[in-house]
Design a protein around this ligand. Sequence first.
Ligand SMILES: [Zn+2]
Length: 591
Amino acid sequence: MVRLFAAAVLAASPAATQPALEAPLPPVRPWHGASERLIANSGDRWITPAEAAAFATTPDYAATRAWLDRLVAASPLLSIETFGRSPQGRDLYYVRAHKGGTTPKPVVLVQAGIHAGEIEGKDAGLMLLRDIGLRGKDRLLDSVDLVFVPIYNADGHERSSPWNRPNQRGPRDMGWRTTAQNLNLNRDYLKADAPETRAMIALIRRLDPVLYLDLHVTDGIDHRYDVTYAFSGWRSYGARSAAIGRLLDTGLRPAMDAALVEAGHTPGYYVSTIDNRAPEKGMSQDVDTPRFSTGYGDTAHIPTLLVETHSLKPYRQRVLGTYVFVEEALRFAGERAAELRSAIAADRAARPVTMTATWKPNPVPLYSVDFLGLAHDSYRSPASGRDELRWLPKPVTFKMPVYGSLPDKVVQLPKAWWVPATLPHVIDLLRLHGVTIEPVAAPVTRTLDMARATNPKLGSASEGHVPLDATIVHETRRETMPAGSVRVPADQPLGLLAAYLLEPESEEGVLAWNMAPGMLQRTEYIEGYAIAPLADRMLASDPALRAAFDAKLKADPAFAADPTARLQWFYARTPYYDERYLLYPIGREVN
Ligand SMILES: [Zn+2]
Protein backbone atom coordinates (compact mmCIF):
# COMPACT_ATOMS: atom_id res chain seq x y z
CA MET A 1 0.00 0.00 0.00
CA VAL A 2 2.67 2.42 1.02
CA ARG A 3 4.87 1.30 -1.88
CA LEU A 4 2.04 1.79 -4.36
CA PHE A 5 1.42 5.30 -3.08
CA ALA A 6 5.09 6.21 -3.41
CA ALA A 7 5.23 4.76 -6.93
CA ALA A 8 2.27 6.92 -7.91
CA VAL A 9 3.95 10.03 -6.56
CA LEU A 10 7.20 9.19 -8.30
CA ALA A 11 5.45 8.54 -11.58
CA ALA A 12 3.73 11.91 -11.31
CA SER A 13 7.05 13.70 -11.21
CA PRO A 14 9.02 13.70 -14.48
CA ALA A 15 12.27 14.24 -12.59
CA ALA A 16 11.62 11.12 -10.56
CA THR A 17 12.36 8.84 -13.47
CA GLN A 18 15.93 10.09 -13.33
CA PRO A 19 17.58 8.80 -10.12
CA ALA A 20 20.71 10.77 -11.05
CA LEU A 21 18.78 13.87 -9.95
CA GLU A 22 18.57 12.73 -6.33
CA ALA A 23 20.82 15.00 -4.31
CA PRO A 24 23.72 12.97 -2.86
CA LEU A 25 24.04 13.63 0.88
CA PRO A 26 27.19 13.37 3.00
CA PRO A 27 27.86 9.89 4.44
CA VAL A 28 25.46 8.68 7.12
CA ARG A 29 27.03 7.97 10.52
CA PRO A 30 25.93 4.82 12.36
CA TRP A 31 24.00 5.54 15.55
CA HIS A 32 22.60 3.57 18.48
CA GLY A 33 21.12 4.85 21.70
CA ALA A 34 18.92 3.96 24.64
CA SER A 35 16.02 5.83 23.04
CA GLU A 36 15.72 2.99 20.51
CA ARG A 37 13.91 1.12 23.28
CA LEU A 38 11.00 3.56 22.84
CA ILE A 39 10.10 1.98 19.50
CA ALA A 40 7.08 -0.36 19.59
CA ASN A 41 7.56 -3.92 18.42
CA SER A 42 6.20 -4.89 15.04
CA GLY A 43 2.80 -6.43 15.57
CA ASP A 44 2.05 -4.09 18.50
CA ARG A 45 -1.57 -3.01 18.17
CA TRP A 46 -0.55 0.57 19.00
CA ILE A 47 2.43 0.82 16.73
CA THR A 48 2.46 4.23 15.04
CA PRO A 49 2.50 4.49 11.24
CA ALA A 50 6.11 5.74 11.21
CA GLU A 51 7.30 2.92 13.49
CA ALA A 52 5.43 0.37 11.37
CA ALA A 53 7.24 1.70 8.30
CA ALA A 54 10.61 1.49 10.11
CA PHE A 55 10.67 5.31 9.90
CA ALA A 56 10.96 5.25 6.12
CA THR A 57 7.70 7.18 5.75
CA THR A 58 5.43 9.49 7.71
CA PRO A 59 1.62 9.27 7.63
CA ASP A 60 -0.38 11.86 5.70
CA TYR A 61 -2.95 14.19 7.28
CA ALA A 62 -5.85 11.71 7.07
CA ALA A 63 -3.86 8.70 8.30
CA THR A 64 -2.45 10.73 11.19
CA ARG A 65 -5.90 11.86 12.23
CA ALA A 66 -7.36 8.35 11.89
CA TRP A 67 -4.62 6.90 14.11
CA LEU A 68 -5.06 9.64 16.71
CA ASP A 69 -8.85 9.28 16.71
CA ARG A 70 -8.39 5.59 17.48
CA LEU A 71 -5.88 6.34 20.26
CA VAL A 72 -8.04 9.07 21.81
CA ALA A 73 -11.04 6.71 21.82
CA ALA A 74 -8.95 4.15 23.71
CA SER A 75 -7.52 6.43 26.42
CA PRO A 76 -9.54 8.36 29.00
CA LEU A 77 -6.59 10.74 29.38
CA LEU A 78 -6.75 12.05 25.82
CA SER A 79 -9.12 14.32 23.96
CA ILE A 80 -9.01 15.99 20.58
CA GLU A 81 -10.15 19.50 19.69
CA THR A 82 -10.20 21.74 16.63
CA PHE A 83 -8.75 25.23 17.03
CA GLY A 84 -8.79 26.60 13.52
CA ARG A 85 -9.04 25.91 9.82
CA SER A 86 -6.43 26.12 7.09
CA PRO A 87 -7.00 28.15 3.89
CA GLN A 88 -7.55 24.88 2.00
CA GLY A 89 -10.19 23.85 4.54
CA ARG A 90 -8.35 21.41 6.79
CA ASP A 91 -9.06 21.38 10.51
CA LEU A 92 -6.22 22.49 12.73
CA TYR A 93 -6.44 20.35 15.84
CA TYR A 94 -4.64 19.36 18.99
CA VAL A 95 -4.64 16.40 21.31
CA ARG A 96 -4.88 17.28 24.98
CA ALA A 97 -3.44 14.88 27.54
CA HIS A 98 -4.89 15.57 30.98
CA LYS A 99 -5.16 13.53 34.15
CA GLY A 100 -7.25 13.85 37.29
CA GLY A 101 -10.46 15.83 37.58
CA THR A 102 -11.58 19.01 35.95
CA THR A 103 -9.12 21.44 37.56
CA PRO A 104 -7.05 22.90 34.75
CA LYS A 105 -3.30 22.40 35.07
CA PRO A 106 -0.50 24.48 33.58
CA VAL A 107 -0.13 23.62 29.92
CA VAL A 108 2.90 22.54 27.92
CA LEU A 109 2.05 23.42 24.32
CA VAL A 110 3.96 21.46 21.68
CA GLN A 111 3.57 22.10 17.97
CA ALA A 112 4.97 20.00 15.13
CA GLY A 113 5.12 20.79 11.46
CA ILE A 114 5.15 24.61 11.41
CA HIS A 115 7.46 23.87 8.48
CA ALA A 116 5.60 20.80 7.32
CA GLY A 117 8.55 18.97 5.77
CA GLU A 118 10.27 19.07 9.18
CA ILE A 119 7.88 16.56 10.61
CA GLU A 120 9.50 14.27 13.17
CA GLY A 121 7.71 16.14 15.93
CA LYS A 122 4.45 14.63 14.68
CA ASP A 123 5.72 11.07 14.70
CA ALA A 124 7.48 11.54 18.05
CA GLY A 125 4.28 13.02 19.47
CA LEU A 126 2.18 10.05 18.34
CA MET A 127 4.55 7.68 20.15
CA LEU A 128 4.62 9.83 23.29
CA LEU A 129 0.83 10.24 23.37
CA ARG A 130 0.49 6.46 23.12
CA ASP A 131 2.94 5.96 25.96
CA ILE A 132 1.17 8.59 28.08
CA GLY A 133 -2.34 7.47 27.18
CA LEU A 134 -1.92 3.71 27.38
CA ARG A 135 1.55 2.68 28.47
CA GLY A 136 2.15 4.11 31.92
CA LYS A 137 3.80 7.44 31.23
CA ASP A 138 0.81 9.30 32.65
CA ARG A 139 2.99 10.41 35.61
CA LEU A 140 4.13 13.14 33.23
CA LEU A 141 0.64 14.59 33.68
CA ASP A 142 0.73 14.82 37.48
CA SER A 143 1.28 18.59 37.43
CA VAL A 144 0.85 19.68 33.80
CA ASP A 145 -1.30 19.04 30.73
CA LEU A 146 0.21 18.33 27.34
CA VAL A 147 -1.44 20.07 24.41
CA PHE A 148 0.03 18.63 21.23
CA VAL A 149 -0.53 20.01 17.72
CA PRO A 150 0.63 17.23 15.37
CA ILE A 151 0.42 19.14 12.08
CA TYR A 152 0.38 22.92 12.44
CA ASN A 153 0.94 23.73 8.74
CA ALA A 154 -1.71 21.26 7.55
CA ASP A 155 -1.88 22.45 3.93
CA GLY A 156 1.90 22.44 3.55
CA HIS A 157 1.94 18.93 5.03
CA GLU A 158 -0.23 17.67 2.18
CA ARG A 159 1.98 19.26 -0.48
CA SER A 160 4.04 16.14 -0.02
CA SER A 161 6.80 14.90 -2.27
CA PRO A 162 10.19 13.15 -2.19
CA TRP A 163 11.61 16.30 -3.77
CA ASN A 164 10.75 18.89 -1.13
CA ARG A 165 13.83 18.97 1.09
CA PRO A 166 17.01 17.97 -0.73
CA ASN A 167 19.19 18.39 2.38
CA GLN A 168 17.12 16.11 4.59
CA ARG A 169 17.51 12.37 5.24
CA GLY A 170 13.92 11.18 5.26
CA PRO A 171 11.08 10.53 5.58
CA ARG A 172 10.61 9.62 1.95
CA ASP A 173 7.71 11.95 1.21
CA MET A 174 7.73 15.16 3.17
CA GLY A 175 5.63 18.30 3.22
CA TRP A 176 6.34 21.84 2.15
CA ARG A 177 7.84 24.68 4.19
CA THR A 178 5.16 27.30 3.60
CA THR A 179 1.36 27.28 3.67
CA ALA A 180 -1.08 27.12 0.76
CA GLN A 181 -0.84 30.95 0.74
CA ASN A 182 2.95 30.61 0.54
CA LEU A 183 3.34 32.13 4.00
CA ASN A 184 6.11 31.01 6.33
CA LEU A 185 4.36 30.54 9.67
CA ASN A 186 7.63 31.00 11.52
CA ARG A 187 7.93 34.55 10.20
CA ASP A 188 4.29 35.36 10.81
CA TYR A 189 3.86 35.45 14.60
CA LEU A 190 3.65 39.21 15.02
CA LYS A 191 2.05 40.28 11.73
CA ALA A 192 -0.31 37.24 11.80
CA ASP A 193 -1.33 37.27 8.14
CA ALA A 194 -2.09 33.54 8.01
CA PRO A 195 -5.33 32.09 9.39
CA GLU A 196 -3.12 29.37 10.89
CA THR A 197 -1.15 32.01 12.82
CA ARG A 198 -4.32 33.68 14.02
CA ALA A 199 -5.63 30.34 15.23
CA MET A 200 -2.34 29.57 16.99
CA ILE A 201 -2.09 32.99 18.67
CA ALA A 202 -5.67 32.62 19.90
CA LEU A 203 -4.82 29.15 21.22
CA ILE A 204 -1.70 30.45 22.97
CA ARG A 205 -3.74 33.23 24.56
CA ARG A 206 -6.40 30.77 25.72
CA LEU A 207 -3.96 28.21 27.16
CA ASP A 208 -1.27 30.63 28.40
CA PRO A 209 1.28 27.78 28.39
CA VAL A 210 4.12 27.56 30.92
CA LEU A 211 6.25 26.08 28.14
CA TYR A 212 5.87 26.27 24.35
CA LEU A 213 7.83 23.99 22.02
CA ASP A 214 8.28 24.63 18.30
CA LEU A 215 9.68 21.52 16.58
CA HIS A 216 11.84 21.81 13.44
CA VAL A 217 14.67 20.29 11.39
CA THR A 218 17.69 22.29 10.27
CA ASP A 219 20.31 21.83 7.58
CA GLY A 220 23.33 24.10 7.10
CA ILE A 221 26.58 22.29 7.79
CA ASP A 222 27.35 18.69 8.77
CA HIS A 223 28.37 17.99 12.39
CA ARG A 224 27.83 15.43 15.16
CA TYR A 225 24.91 17.02 17.03
CA ASP A 226 21.56 15.39 16.34
CA VAL A 227 19.25 17.45 18.58
CA THR A 228 19.97 21.17 18.67
CA TYR A 229 17.82 23.75 20.35
CA ALA A 230 17.61 27.40 21.30
CA PHE A 231 15.79 29.86 23.51
CA SER A 232 16.28 33.50 24.44
CA GLY A 233 18.68 33.71 27.34
CA TRP A 234 20.92 30.79 26.35
CA ARG A 235 24.15 31.31 28.29
CA SER A 236 22.66 34.52 29.69
CA TYR A 237 22.43 36.24 26.34
CA GLY A 238 19.66 38.09 24.59
CA ALA A 239 16.56 37.57 26.73
CA ARG A 240 13.86 40.23 26.81
CA SER A 241 12.17 37.97 29.36
CA ALA A 242 15.07 37.93 31.80
CA ALA A 243 13.57 35.70 34.52
CA ILE A 244 12.29 33.15 32.01
CA GLY A 245 15.61 33.14 30.18
CA ARG A 246 17.48 32.56 33.44
CA LEU A 247 15.27 29.64 34.45
CA LEU A 248 15.54 27.99 31.04
CA ASP A 249 19.29 28.48 31.01
CA THR A 250 20.12 27.36 34.53
CA GLY A 251 17.29 24.86 35.00
CA LEU A 252 16.04 23.41 31.76
CA ARG A 253 19.25 23.38 29.73
CA PRO A 254 21.32 21.12 32.03
CA ALA A 255 18.36 18.80 32.62
CA MET A 256 17.63 18.60 28.90
CA ASP A 257 21.24 17.96 27.94
CA ALA A 258 21.53 15.19 30.55
CA ALA A 259 18.31 13.51 29.41
CA LEU A 260 19.36 13.59 25.76
CA VAL A 261 22.86 12.29 26.49
CA GLU A 262 21.48 9.49 28.63
CA ALA A 263 19.19 8.46 25.78
CA GLY A 264 22.15 8.35 23.36
CA HIS A 265 21.71 11.71 21.67
CA THR A 266 24.11 14.60 21.19
CA PRO A 267 22.53 17.92 22.17
CA GLY A 268 23.89 21.34 21.30
CA TYR A 269 22.95 24.92 20.61
CA TYR A 270 21.14 25.48 17.31
CA VAL A 271 23.90 25.59 14.69
CA SER A 272 23.72 28.63 12.44
CA THR A 273 27.14 29.26 10.95
CA ILE A 274 28.29 32.61 9.67
CA ASP A 275 29.71 30.97 6.53
CA ASN A 276 28.55 27.46 5.57
CA ARG A 277 31.61 27.13 3.33
CA ALA A 278 33.95 27.87 6.24
CA PRO A 279 32.21 26.69 9.42
CA GLU A 280 35.29 27.32 11.58
CA LYS A 281 34.69 31.06 11.27
CA GLY A 282 31.98 30.81 13.87
CA MET A 283 28.28 30.52 14.52
CA SER A 284 25.74 33.07 15.58
CA GLN A 285 23.35 33.30 18.47
CA ASP A 286 20.78 35.80 17.29
CA VAL A 287 18.24 37.79 19.24
CA ASP A 288 15.13 36.64 17.42
CA THR A 289 12.56 39.27 16.52
CA PRO A 290 8.88 38.54 17.23
CA ARG A 291 8.20 37.24 13.72
CA PHE A 292 9.71 33.97 15.02
CA SER A 293 8.16 31.68 17.63
CA THR A 294 11.13 32.20 19.95
CA GLY A 295 11.20 35.97 19.50
CA TYR A 296 7.44 36.15 19.95
CA GLY A 297 7.55 34.05 23.10
CA ASP A 298 10.38 36.17 24.46
CA THR A 299 8.50 39.41 23.76
CA ALA A 300 5.14 38.13 25.04
CA HIS A 301 6.77 36.47 28.09
CA ILE A 302 5.99 32.85 27.20
CA PRO A 303 8.82 30.36 27.83
CA THR A 304 9.51 29.15 24.28
CA LEU A 305 11.91 26.53 22.97
CA LEU A 306 13.03 26.08 19.38
CA VAL A 307 14.01 22.48 18.65
CA GLU A 308 16.04 21.81 15.51
CA THR A 309 17.09 18.24 14.84
CA HIS A 310 19.82 17.85 12.26
CA SER A 311 18.58 17.04 8.77
CA LEU A 312 21.51 14.77 7.85
CA LYS A 313 20.72 12.34 10.68
CA PRO A 314 18.36 9.50 9.72
CA TYR A 315 14.66 10.08 10.31
CA ARG A 316 14.48 7.35 12.95
CA GLN A 317 17.21 8.98 15.04
CA ARG A 318 15.56 12.39 14.69
CA VAL A 319 12.14 11.12 15.77
CA LEU A 320 13.65 9.47 18.83
CA GLY A 321 15.66 12.55 19.77
CA THR A 322 12.54 14.68 19.49
CA TYR A 323 10.58 12.23 21.64
CA VAL A 324 13.23 12.46 24.38
CA PHE A 325 13.22 16.25 24.12
CA VAL A 326 9.45 16.60 24.46
CA GLU A 327 9.27 14.07 27.28
CA GLU A 328 12.00 15.85 29.22
CA ALA A 329 10.38 19.24 28.61
CA LEU A 330 7.15 17.85 30.01
CA ARG A 331 8.92 16.38 33.02
CA PHE A 332 10.77 19.65 33.65
CA ALA A 333 7.61 21.73 33.35
CA GLY A 334 5.79 19.37 35.73
CA GLU A 335 8.51 19.61 38.37
CA ARG A 336 9.15 23.33 37.97
CA ALA A 337 5.69 24.63 37.01
CA ALA A 338 5.57 27.00 40.01
CA GLU A 339 8.97 28.47 39.15
CA LEU A 340 7.98 28.84 35.51
CA ARG A 341 4.84 30.65 36.59
CA SER A 342 6.68 33.05 38.84
CA ALA A 343 9.30 33.76 36.16
CA ILE A 344 6.48 34.53 33.73
CA ALA A 345 4.83 36.80 36.29
CA ALA A 346 8.11 38.62 37.00
CA ASP A 347 8.72 39.27 33.30
CA ARG A 348 5.14 40.41 32.75
CA ALA A 349 5.59 42.88 35.60
CA ALA A 350 8.72 44.38 34.03
CA ARG A 351 8.29 47.64 32.13
CA PRO A 352 11.05 48.12 29.57
CA VAL A 353 11.54 51.76 28.57
CA THR A 354 13.31 51.08 25.26
CA MET A 355 12.96 48.83 22.25
CA THR A 356 15.96 47.73 20.20
CA ALA A 357 14.72 48.35 16.68
CA THR A 358 17.79 47.06 14.82
CA TRP A 359 20.89 45.06 15.70
CA LYS A 360 24.40 45.05 14.33
CA PRO A 361 27.03 42.29 14.43
CA ASN A 362 29.26 42.21 17.48
CA PRO A 363 32.83 41.55 16.26
CA VAL A 364 33.77 40.07 19.66
CA PRO A 365 32.53 36.51 20.28
CA LEU A 366 30.16 35.96 23.20
CA TYR A 367 31.97 32.73 24.07
CA SER A 368 33.36 29.70 22.30
CA VAL A 369 32.38 26.03 22.44
CA ASP A 370 34.28 22.79 21.83
CA PHE A 371 32.36 22.08 18.66
CA LEU A 372 31.63 18.46 17.75
CA GLY A 373 32.32 18.85 14.07
CA LEU A 374 33.13 16.70 11.08
CA ALA A 375 36.08 17.05 8.76
CA HIS A 376 35.70 18.44 5.27
CA ASP A 377 37.84 18.79 2.20
CA SER A 378 37.16 20.37 -1.15
CA TYR A 379 37.05 19.45 -4.79
CA ARG A 380 36.81 21.33 -8.04
CA SER A 381 33.26 21.49 -9.36
CA PRO A 382 32.94 21.82 -13.14
CA ALA A 383 29.39 23.06 -12.55
CA SER A 384 30.22 25.93 -10.20
CA GLY A 385 33.74 26.46 -11.50
CA ARG A 386 35.11 26.80 -7.98
CA ASP A 387 36.27 24.60 -5.10
CA GLU A 388 33.25 23.13 -3.30
CA LEU A 389 33.13 21.83 0.25
CA ARG A 390 32.72 18.06 0.77
CA TRP A 391 31.85 16.57 4.18
CA LEU A 392 33.82 13.58 5.45
CA PRO A 393 32.75 11.07 8.14
CA LYS A 394 35.82 11.88 10.29
CA PRO A 395 35.03 13.56 13.64
CA VAL A 396 36.94 16.72 14.49
CA THR A 397 36.52 18.89 17.57
CA PHE A 398 37.50 22.51 17.40
CA LYS A 399 36.94 25.81 19.22
CA MET A 400 33.91 27.41 17.63
CA PRO A 401 33.39 31.10 18.41
CA VAL A 402 29.76 32.07 18.98
CA TYR A 403 28.81 35.61 17.98
CA GLY A 404 25.93 37.72 19.19
CA SER A 405 24.71 41.16 18.20
CA LEU A 406 24.84 44.67 19.61
CA PRO A 407 21.87 47.01 19.75
CA ASP A 408 22.02 49.38 16.80
CA LYS A 409 18.98 51.65 16.77
CA VAL A 410 17.30 51.90 20.17
CA VAL A 411 13.96 53.64 20.55
CA GLN A 412 12.59 55.22 23.77
CA LEU A 413 9.06 53.98 24.28
CA PRO A 414 6.32 56.62 24.52
CA LYS A 415 3.62 56.64 27.20
CA ALA A 416 1.17 55.29 24.67
CA TRP A 417 0.46 54.92 20.98
CA TRP A 418 -2.65 56.14 19.20
CA VAL A 419 -3.99 53.98 16.40
CA PRO A 420 -6.68 55.74 14.34
CA ALA A 421 -9.96 54.00 13.57
CA THR A 422 -8.91 54.20 9.93
CA LEU A 423 -6.52 51.28 10.53
CA PRO A 424 -9.03 48.62 11.69
CA HIS A 425 -6.72 45.76 10.68
CA VAL A 426 -4.05 47.07 13.06
CA ILE A 427 -6.59 47.38 15.88
CA ASP A 428 -7.70 43.79 15.14
CA LEU A 429 -4.10 42.65 15.34
CA LEU A 430 -3.65 44.29 18.74
CA ARG A 431 -6.80 42.55 19.96
CA LEU A 432 -5.61 39.20 18.60
CA HIS A 433 -2.37 39.45 20.53
CA GLY A 434 -4.17 40.42 23.71
CA VAL A 435 -2.65 43.89 23.90
CA THR A 436 -4.63 46.15 26.23
CA ILE A 437 -6.27 48.92 24.20
CA GLU A 438 -8.42 51.88 25.24
CA PRO A 439 -10.96 52.69 22.53
CA VAL A 440 -12.32 56.24 22.44
CA ALA A 441 -16.04 56.78 21.93
CA ALA A 442 -15.68 60.37 20.71
CA PRO A 443 -12.98 62.17 18.69
CA VAL A 444 -9.89 63.12 20.69
CA THR A 445 -7.55 65.96 19.72
CA ARG A 446 -4.12 66.03 21.25
CA THR A 447 -0.48 66.78 20.64
CA LEU A 448 1.38 63.72 19.41
CA ASP A 449 4.81 62.80 18.19
CA MET A 450 4.31 61.60 14.62
CA ALA A 451 6.63 60.09 12.04
CA ARG A 452 7.09 60.98 8.41
CA ALA A 453 8.65 58.43 6.07
CA THR A 454 11.05 60.38 3.88
CA ASN A 455 12.79 58.73 0.93
CA PRO A 456 10.38 55.77 0.94
CA LYS A 457 11.62 52.75 -0.99
CA LEU A 458 9.66 49.57 -1.61
CA GLY A 459 11.64 46.39 -1.10
CA SER A 460 11.35 42.96 -2.72
CA ALA A 461 8.33 40.80 -1.95
CA SER A 462 8.82 39.21 1.45
CA GLU A 463 6.52 37.11 3.67
CA GLY A 464 3.39 38.18 1.82
CA HIS A 465 4.27 41.87 1.85
CA VAL A 466 6.09 44.44 -0.22
CA PRO A 467 8.09 45.93 2.65
CA LEU A 468 8.85 49.61 3.03
CA ASP A 469 12.18 51.16 3.84
CA ALA A 470 12.26 54.82 4.74
CA THR A 471 14.11 57.45 6.72
CA ILE A 472 11.93 58.36 9.66
CA VAL A 473 11.68 62.02 10.62
CA HIS A 474 9.66 62.87 13.72
CA GLU A 475 7.42 65.93 14.03
CA THR A 476 5.04 67.21 16.68
CA ARG A 477 1.47 67.64 15.50
CA ARG A 478 -2.02 68.32 16.78
CA GLU A 479 -3.94 65.26 15.68
CA THR A 480 -7.60 64.38 15.92
CA MET A 481 -8.23 60.70 16.46
CA PRO A 482 -11.76 59.80 15.37
CA ALA A 483 -14.21 57.80 17.49
CA GLY A 484 -13.21 54.14 17.44
CA SER A 485 -9.51 54.94 17.58
CA VAL A 486 -7.54 53.25 20.33
CA ARG A 487 -4.96 54.38 22.84
CA VAL A 488 -2.40 51.66 23.50
CA PRO A 489 -0.60 52.23 26.80
CA ALA A 490 3.04 51.14 26.97
CA ASP A 491 2.49 50.41 30.66
CA GLN A 492 1.22 46.84 30.28
CA PRO A 493 2.70 43.31 30.14
CA LEU A 494 2.65 43.37 26.34
CA GLY A 495 4.03 46.91 26.03
CA LEU A 496 7.12 45.73 24.18
CA LEU A 497 5.04 43.61 21.82
CA ALA A 498 2.93 46.68 21.02
CA ALA A 499 6.14 48.63 20.43
CA TYR A 500 7.37 46.11 17.84
CA LEU A 501 4.10 46.48 16.01
CA LEU A 502 3.54 50.22 16.27
CA GLU A 503 6.86 52.03 16.53
CA PRO A 504 7.70 53.59 13.15
CA GLU A 505 11.35 52.49 13.46
CA SER A 506 10.47 48.84 14.14
CA GLU A 507 11.64 46.37 11.52
CA GLU A 508 8.69 44.16 12.43
CA GLY A 509 5.92 46.69 12.47
CA VAL A 510 3.05 48.27 10.57
CA LEU A 511 5.33 50.69 8.73
CA ALA A 512 8.10 48.22 7.79
CA TRP A 513 5.60 45.63 6.54
CA ASN A 514 3.86 48.42 4.63
CA MET A 515 0.55 47.66 6.33
CA ALA A 516 -0.64 51.27 5.87
CA PRO A 517 0.30 51.78 2.21
CA GLY A 518 -2.19 54.63 1.77
CA MET A 519 0.40 56.99 3.26
CA LEU A 520 2.62 56.46 0.21
CA GLN A 521 0.26 57.95 -2.34
CA ARG A 522 -0.35 61.60 -3.14
CA THR A 523 -3.77 61.93 -4.74
CA GLU A 524 -4.44 65.66 -5.24
CA TYR A 525 -2.56 67.80 -7.76
CA ILE A 526 -2.43 71.31 -9.21
CA GLU A 527 -2.63 72.30 -12.88
CA GLY A 528 0.17 74.23 -14.59
CA TYR A 529 -2.04 77.26 -15.26
CA ALA A 530 -2.57 77.55 -11.50
CA ILE A 531 0.82 76.68 -10.08
CA ALA A 532 3.04 78.56 -12.59
CA PRO A 533 1.64 82.06 -11.84
CA LEU A 534 1.46 81.22 -8.14
CA ALA A 535 5.11 80.08 -8.16
CA ASP A 536 6.14 83.23 -10.01
CA ARG A 537 4.42 85.31 -7.36
CA MET A 538 6.08 83.33 -4.53
CA LEU A 539 9.51 83.88 -6.15
CA ALA A 540 8.93 87.60 -6.47
CA SER A 541 7.65 88.13 -2.94
CA ASP A 542 9.87 85.84 -0.83
CA PRO A 543 13.64 86.48 -0.99
CA ALA A 544 14.45 83.49 1.25
CA LEU A 545 12.46 81.19 -1.00
CA ARG A 546 14.17 82.66 -4.05
CA ALA A 547 17.61 81.98 -2.51
CA ALA A 548 16.65 78.39 -1.74
CA PHE A 549 15.33 77.91 -5.26
CA ASP A 550 18.49 79.37 -6.83
CA ALA A 551 20.65 77.11 -4.71
CA LYS A 552 18.59 74.10 -5.79
CA LEU A 553 18.95 75.09 -9.47
CA LYS A 554 22.73 75.35 -9.10
CA ALA A 555 23.11 72.11 -7.19
CA ASP A 556 20.81 69.99 -9.32
CA PRO A 557 21.07 70.44 -13.13
CA ALA A 558 18.50 67.70 -13.80
CA PHE A 559 16.05 69.57 -11.61
CA ALA A 560 16.88 72.85 -13.34
CA ALA A 561 16.10 71.26 -16.72
CA ASP A 562 12.77 69.78 -15.61
CA PRO A 563 9.89 72.31 -15.64
CA THR A 564 7.46 69.92 -13.93
CA ALA A 565 9.89 69.19 -11.09
CA ARG A 566 10.47 72.93 -10.66
CA LEU A 567 6.75 73.61 -10.35
CA GLN A 568 6.37 70.64 -7.96
CA TRP A 569 9.01 72.22 -5.76
CA PHE A 570 6.80 75.26 -5.35
CA TYR A 571 3.62 73.20 -4.98
CA ALA A 572 5.16 71.39 -2.01
CA ARG A 573 5.66 74.81 -0.40
CA THR A 574 2.04 75.94 -0.75
CA PRO A 575 -0.82 75.25 1.66
CA TYR A 576 -2.48 73.30 -1.19
CA TYR A 577 0.03 70.51 -0.80
CA ASP A 578 -1.14 67.28 0.97
CA GLU A 579 0.33 67.72 4.42
CA ARG A 580 -0.47 64.08 5.29
CA TYR A 581 1.58 62.69 2.41
CA LEU A 582 4.09 60.11 3.82
CA LEU A 583 2.74 60.68 7.35
CA TYR A 584 2.64 57.43 9.36
CA PRO A 585 -0.87 57.51 10.81
CA ILE A 586 -0.02 55.98 14.22
CA GLY A 587 0.84 58.61 16.80
CA ARG A 588 3.06 58.52 19.87
CA GLU A 589 1.93 60.11 23.14
CA VAL A 590 5.11 61.34 24.75
CA ASN A 591 3.80 63.80 27.34
ZN1 LIG B 1 11.98 24.96 10.30
